[in-house]
Design a protein around this ligand. Structure first.
Ligand SMILES: NC(=O)c1ccc[n+]([C@@H]2O[C@H](COP(=O)([O-])OP(=O)(O)OC[C@H]3O[C@@H](n4cnc5c(N)ncnc54)[C@H](OP(=O)(O)O)[C@@H]3O)[C@@H](O)[C@H]2O)c1
Length: 252
């Protein structure tokens, strides 16, 4: 059987963990899941015990540290020569330990919180593409999907607020498009897109769920199913674009 080699960055919880779960159900998939501390992810360890190390490898990776990304690339490259799908899930909206909360007004702007938002949501995903894309230019169809957010769309910004998250996701979308243009010159079959998962019941959205109508809050498993459905239908001409969980285009 020819295996599909998949990298899920941020696979220990939330949407990333749900993607790992779903993808493991297909015997043809060989998955590497990253986390900042994989040894602390009971769920990933249980999945590895169930499916075996040949189906699920765990890899330490901090997206805010380029040397960590480079060493993850080296470890993965020692195990396999190619990747067919990479989904980048890292996202930061609030961090109570740092006193970081989505800004309601200009007076709330804090340079260190903005820098952290950009490191996780924008620079990190761009560095992932920098370090891993060479495994994806082998001529067969490949997909780099960066989990974005509708709120990063500048044309869709009608309510304001959430400066750092909005701006860093907008920057992420620009990185995605710019990388897609460069990569299309190297590999016509490589598709690089941003994907908005909808509102998903995870720790990222948890403090804000009261405002979300019940029928619009997806479980991580539902959202993962939608995201994989959109990825399955992507064509090379979609590269550089941003789609929502239903496959509808979002204007930047
Ligand atoms: N939930 C929603 O309603 C919603 C809506 C729109 C977009 N999104 C996007 O969906 C994606 C997944 O978020 P989620 O909802 O699943 O949230 P989550 O459960 O809070 O997960 C956040 C993810 O980001 C990773 N991460 C944070 N800082 C990191 C760092 N420095 N290095 C590496 N990984 C880091 C975490 O990895 P560790 O386990 O290593 O901490 C974790 O995998 C994010 O891009 C988010 O912006 C979510």
């Amino acid at each position: 059987m020819s295996h599909k080699h998949i990298l899920i960055q941020g696979g220990a919880r939330g949407l990333g963990l749900a993607l790992v779960n779903r993808l493991l159900a297909d015997e043809g998939n060989v998955i590497t899941a990253t986390a900042r501390d994989p040894a602390a992810s009971q769920r990933l360890i249980e999945l590895q015990d169930t499916y075996g190390e040949s189906r699920l490898a765990l890899q330490k990776l901090d997206i805010t540290d380029e040397s960590s990304i480079a060493s993850a690339r080296e470890s993965l490259g020692a195990r396999q020569e190619r990747l067919d799908l990479m989904i980048i899930c890292a996202g930061l909206l609030h961090d109570e330990a740092r006193g970081m909360w989505p800004e309601k007004k200009l007076a709330d702007l804090d340079p260190s919180h903005l820098a952290m938002s950009f490191a996780v949501n924008a620079t990190g995903p761009a560095l992932m593409i920098k370090h891993f894309h060479d495994l994806m230019t082998h001529g067969k169809p490949t997909v780099i999907a960066i989990i974005s957010a509708r709120i990063g769309s500048i044309s869709d910004n009608r309510y304001g607020g959430w400066y750092g998250y909005r701006a860093s996701k907008a920057a992420q979308n620009q990185f995605t498009r710019t990388a897609a243009i460069e990569l299309s010159r190297q590999a016509k079959q490589l598709i690089c897109v941003g994907l908005h998962p909808g509102t998903v019941d995870t720790s990222l959205s948890e403090p804000f769920q009261k405002r979300v109508p019940e029928d619009q809050l997806q479980s991580p498993d539902q959202a993962a199913g939608h995201i994989l459905g959109v990825i399955a239908k992507l064509r090379p001409e979609d590269s550089g674009l941003l789609f929502d969980w239903a496959g509808k285009r979002i204007e930047p």
